[in-house]
Design a protein around this ligand. Structure first.
Ligand code: TMP
Length: 251
């Protein structure tokens, strides 16, 4: 059994104490939830896929200077990360209308946006992660104006880079959600990217057919969730170092 100290358990991941101060181990569960955990399932192999996909994306982002919490992957389901103070915001960047934006403004899903739009949601499950403005963020001290500026700049950079990265393998990056944390260095806090970037947190559509290759397949009961995540990994060229992940088990 696991004797490590559990620091935090979320809906899809668990954080354990790391081997050195300032580090944590991020464990990817197979649990899938939607609509603030009203809908739940266990999708065998999802944790393994998201661990590997997030490793790949974070490593690529690190390569272009987008600092993030990823240090190294430890095994199929775990990665070593830097411990950060999570900023309680879900930062959503959208290129194409989908999901809650389609509902909020009565727009058709699939309509390209005239420019990328960044939204902030206050990370609080009890409140259902409400949409907030920069006024709320600074007034309630969730982040200061400099941190918001850094977050906006980094998010646009992530969007540009990932749109190109996925575009090159025939996938449209419709939108995504990322989270940031503060890395303390003495009295100075640097904002870096944290959490995960995977088909759980992105909308990814096949560029030719618009077929959904992301968690909307689970949210909307479309089936083929694991197959789609596997297809994303395959197109990114990272299936070769993966165990055979199939619906019903990891072979
Ligand atoms: P939304 O259209 O439902 O607001 O979702 C926007 C993006 O954020 C989409 O790529 C899915 C992702 N997302 C999460 O990662 N976690 C969440 O809890 C929600 C609601 C969305």
């Amino acid at each position: 059994m696991n004797r490590r100290k559990k620091i935090y358990e979320g809906k899809a991941k668990i954080l354990y104490e790391g081997p050195e101060p300032g580090t944590l181990i991020q464990y990817f569960k197979d649990d899938a939830t939607a609509f603030n955990a009203q809908k739940k399932a266990v999708l065998e192999g999802k944790g393994v896929l998201n661990n590997r996909i997030s490793e790949y994306v974070m490593t690529r982002l690190n390569g272009i200077g987008v600092q993030n919490h990823f240090i190294k992957r430890l095994n199929l389901r775990e990665q070593l990360i830097r411990e950060v103070e999570i900023i309680p915001l879900e930062v959503v960047c959208r290129n194409i209308v989908a999901g809650s934006m389609a509902e909020r403004f009565g727009l058709p899903e699939g309509q390209p946006l005239p420019r990328s739009i960044i939204e902030f949601y206050y990370k609080d499950d009890k409140l259902g992660d409400p949409l907030v403005t920069e006024e709320h963020i600074t007034a309630f001290n969730w982040a200061n104006t400099q941190e918001i500026d850094d977050i906006l700049a980094m998010t646009l950079r992530v969007n540009d880079y990932l749109s190109g990265m996925f575009g090159a393998v025939g996938i449209t990056l419709v939108d995504f959600k990322i989270e940031y944390g503060r890395l303390w260095e003495g009295d100075f806090a640097r904002v870096i990217l944290a959490d995960e970037i995977s088909p759980d947190s992105c909308r990814l559509w096949d560029a030719t057919t618009n077929e959904k290759l992301d968690k909307d397949r689970f949210r909307r009961d479309m089936g083929g969730v694991i197959e789609s995540y596997t297809e994303v990994a395959r197109r990114l060229g990272i299936m070769k170092d993966m165990p055979r992940v199939i619906e019903g088990g990891v072979a």
